[in-house]
Design a protein around this ligand. Structure first.
Ligand code: AVJ
Length: 325
């Protein structure tokens, strides 16, 4: 597929099944991958634009200042550029533009759970970079891994996993995921991962609990989505957003907390969910790393750290790894 066609729509939706399971568990949990419906996409754009959410600016700083060093560290200008959780690709476009200027020979394969942003990204790329070959695929990370595995045109793969998306895995799960990713790659293939660094806990806390309440709205929108798509009857006034940052394990975690004892019907699941007063649903992990955590993760998953590209405030690192023999 080239840049002028629309993205391939490959659905791996298990929304109803996952929601039913998550709300039947104790403690209750819902996956943050379901934040990204049309409203959620817009709210995430708003989050990226707010001053407290430093991650976006930090990675923007890294790419603007260090794009030449990044391409140079690739060591080669022919590759397959695969992006997991590409989103709107605003920051990636800085790299794409530079790689094209340098006449790198590559196809860009963005994968994202949200069809809306992916379509936007493919259209933007077609507009801005008419020569760029784009093959966009809608899907979650499981889908992404199977695509990477199937890819066998013998070009070196460069996998982008930017923006702190890896943070959505608690540390042990990140290890499992990267190991699985490694089995889909060949020695010498590269992985560029964005890690949000451990920093002043107040800075982290504010990024996920902003005074304007945008993050709260983003999280609670998941209940609205359940209402709309599954005939749920959540009353958003009876729930609240809660955020904690644990500086020891680096996990920022968000919860949706029931403010009272209540029963919520979800028609399409034929489910009636009981919440005790102050019972919480675990919804998102956004893990933060130290450079040592990053080095250990690379070591334990079969990679060597080639280079750490850090922003000026030392808030964020894009870490380039190479898969060992
Ligand atoms: C898109 C996963 C990088 O965890 O920082 C932002 C999502 N959640 N604010 C993150 C998010 C609340 C974000 N990632």
């Amino acid at each position: 597929m080239n840049s002028t066609s629309s993205p391939t729509i490959t659905e791996t939706s298990t929304f109803a099944v996952d929601i039913e399971e998550g709300l039947s568990n104790y403690p209750k949990q819902l996956s943050s991958k379901y934040f990204y419906d049309a409203v959620g996409d817009q709210l995430f754009q708003d989050i990226m634009a707010m001053p407290e959410y430093y991650l976006t600016n930090a990675e923007h700083d890294i790419f603007t200042r260090q794009k030449a060093a990044i391409l140079e560290a690739f060591g080669d200008t022919t590759f397959e550029l695969i992006e997991l959780g590409a989103g709107d690709g605003t920051k990636t476009k800085i790299l794409l533009e530079y790689f094209l200027q340098q006449e790198a020979d590559f196809t860009y394969r963005p994968i994202d759970i949200s069809g809306n942003v992916l379509k936007q990204l493919a259209d933007d790329c077609a507009q801005q970079f008419p020569k760029l070959k784009v093959d966009a695929v809608k899907g979650d990370y499981t889908k992404a891994l199977s695509l990477i595995k199937e890819e066998d045109n013998h070009r070196r793969k460069v996998v982008l996993f930017l923006g702190g998306n890896i943070g959505n895995f608690p540390l042990p799960n990140a290890k499992t995921f990267i190991r699985e990713l490694a089995t889909c790659l060949s020695p010498g293939d590269l992985l560029l991962t964005g890690f949000d660094l451990k920093k002043d806990p107040k800075v982290v806390q504010l990024a996920y609990d902003d005074p304007a309440g945008i993050t709260a709205a983003f999280n609670l929108n998941l209940l609205t989505r359940i209402n709309r798509e599954l005939g749920g009857e959540f009353d958003l006034d009876k729930f609240m957003h809660w955020e904690t940052y644990n500086p020891l394990n680096g996990e920022a975690r968000s919860y949706i907390v029931s403010k009272e004892d209540q029963l919520v019907q979800i028609e399409q699941l034929q489910l009636s969910v009981h919440f005790a007063a102050w019972e919480a649903i675990a919804v998102e992990v956004s893990a933060k790393y130290s450079e040592r955590d990053i080095a250990e993760l690379a070591e334990e998953t079969g990679f060597v750290v080639n280079h750490n590209f850090v922003d000026q405030k030392a808030y964020f690192v894009d870490s380039l790894w190479e898969l060992k023999q």
